[in-house]
Design a protein around this ligand. Structure first.
Ligand SMILES: [Fe+2]
Ligand SMILES: [Fe+2]
Length: 273
């Protein structure tokens, strides 16, 4: 079978709602894009876990030490589960782990926009440091939630093994979000911590809005063709914004405004970059 015939046959099967279960069924384009997306997830899970590690020690109470430790464990587990799927596709995970420094962070005031700070494939928000307990909570509220929205497409996606492991992962992410939302309310409603929380929200907001990517990219079209994603980047971003509005309001916070870099006039974009 030529690659073209293979492609036509796979597209037909996906059209019928069938799942891909093994590398033999994949076209080269399918395999490359699937690997890219799973690497983004696995690298993010591990980089995320490493960012949380110091907060096991710095959490405000023993109960919170345990909560952070268990969130950290969940993230390492998510990373391991997805790396295992990657190994089945021939990725050399062990040398990858040796090659990259997942503890690497940019400075607190560095702005990445859509750029990345090293050659691992983590979503770029995982390059920003978690400096305070407020940052930790905002990370749960914003990034665990954003990841949940992004990975929701996987649950309806075409790669069976990934789809199945995502069910358990999503359950744990929901717990992380709930942990964040509880604390968001507590910190937001306390006059002593309210302003710091609002300032933190404004700091993290452009970072999280950037993780979804630009609307209508060529890459997104390829993901959708192979049912590795279902929605456009911007649709996912809008779903996230609609969902996070409620906890933000309940905590007595004001939702920040955001202008995408790609909609800014050139001088403004330059100043931000
Ligand atoms: Fe995770
Ligand atoms: Fe999480």
């Amino acid at each position: 079978m030529t690659e073209q015939e293979k492609e036509a046959r796979l597209l037909e099967r996906l059209e019928r709602g069938e799942l891909v279960e093994s590398p033999e069924e994949m076209t080269e384009e399918y395999r490359e894009n699937l690997i890219h997306l799973m690497l983004m997830q696995a690298d993010s899970e591990i980089a995320g876990a490493f960012g949380y590690v110091p907060w096991i020690m710095k959490a405000p109470t023993p109960a919170e030490m345990l909560a952070v430790a268990s969130i950290t464990r969940d993230e390492v587990r998510h990373g391991r589960v997805v790396y295992k799927l990657l190994e089945d596709l021939g990725v050399d995970v062990e040398s990858r782990i040796r090659q990259y420094d997942f503890t690497l962070r940019v400075g607190e005031n560095d702005y990445l926009g859509q750029a990345r700070a090293s050659d691992d494939q983590r979503v770029n928000i995982f390059y920003y440091p978690i400096e305070t307990w407020t940052d930790f909570i905002l990370f749960n509220v914003l990034m665990d939630r954003a990841a949940g929205h992004q990975l929701e497409d996987v649950l309806q996606g075409s790669y069976g093994p990934w789809r199945r492991v995502m069910q358990g992962i999503m359950k744990e992410e929901t717990m992380h979000i709930a942990h964040g939302d509880t604390w968001l309310k507590r910190l937001g409603r306390n006059p002593e911590t309210h302003d710091e929380l609002q300032a933190g929200l404004e700091k993290w907001w452009p970072r999280v809005m950037n993780v979804f990517g630009r609307p209508r990219t060529r890459r997104n079209a390829i993901y959708r063709k192979w049912r590795l994603k279902i929605r456009d980047n911007d649709e996912v971003r809008q779903a996230f914004v609609a969902d996070v509005a409620k906890p933000i309001a309940e905590a007595g916070l004001v939702m920040p405004t955001w202008t995408p870099d790609w909609e800014k006039v050139p001088e403004e974009a330059q100043a931000a970059g």
